[in-house]
Design a protein around this ligand. Structure first.
Ligand code: GSH
Length: 208
């Protein structure tokens, strides 16, 4: 029966969520049953966009019994693969399984924003407040990088650690690193991008 089903995973090499799904595939030993399609290659990227109207990866395509299903969301894909090919247990690991760290992502993100905002209002306590915000950001980024092993997520985690270190050096040691403002700016851009992605993902999930 399974032989009649064709599975393809649309992914990109640098995407951490895709790496997470690929680790599940490797763990289940089903590499030979799932064709990997790099969405950076135009034929695959175009097919993905034609089917879904967006380029977001990972997406598992399931062609079965005349149906052609495109399944987005790394953790849904992992859960599906576990159920279909594994022991049916939910996947382990922070970012992928809806576990403890996963549930912390949203409160931690809100906490970061509040601490940054508070730093703007209470300028006499700006350094500790912004340090706390950066430290929270670093923890969040590290937990995500830990879960996905994605190169981009590891890079973001490194930048947050650098930012927290820069603010700490300024606050506690009085060292004025000339590039500290660039770190704030970068963190701001990341927050805004993260928020935009989250809103888009929510929009993507809401229609049936
Ligand atoms: N919540 C999604 C996140 C997927 C995601 O953000 N994918 C990124 C790459 S790591 C992406 O495709 N970004 C480009 C886009 O959305 O067009 C999941 O877990 O699968």
């Amino acid at each position: 029966m399974q032989e009649d089903t064709k599975f393809s995973l649309y992914y990109t090499p640098l995407c951490g969520y895709c790496t997470m799904v690929r680790r599940t595939i490797a763990r289940l030993g089903i590499e030979d049953q799932i064709e990997l399609r790099d969405a950076n290659q135009s034929e695959h990227g175009e097919a993905l966009f034609a089917a879904r109207g967006r380029h977001t990866v990972p997406v598992l395509r399931i062609e079965e019994e005349g149906k052609d299903e495109w399944m987005p969301e790394s953790r849904d894909i992992m859960r599906y693969l576990e159920t279909r090919f594994g022991d049916g247990q939910p996947p382990r690991g922070g970012g992928g399984g809806g576990g403890f760290f996963d549930r912390l992502q949203m409160p931690v993100t809100i906490g970061m924003w509040l601490l940054f905002g508070a730093g703007l209002i209470f300028s006499n306590a700006q350094q500790p407040l912004w340090f706390a915000a950066m430290a929270l950001g670093a923890l969040r980024a590290i937990s995500r990088a830990w879960a996905t092993h994605g190169l981009v997520h590891v890079g973001i985690a490194g930048l947050f650690v650098l930012g927290a270190g820069a603010i700490f050096a300024r606050w506690q040691l009085g060292v004025d690193l000339p590039w500290w403002w660039a770190v704030y700016l970068f963190a701001g851009v990341l927050f805004a991008a993260g928020l935009a992605l989250r809103l888009r993902a929510r929009r993507e999930q809401s229609p049936a």
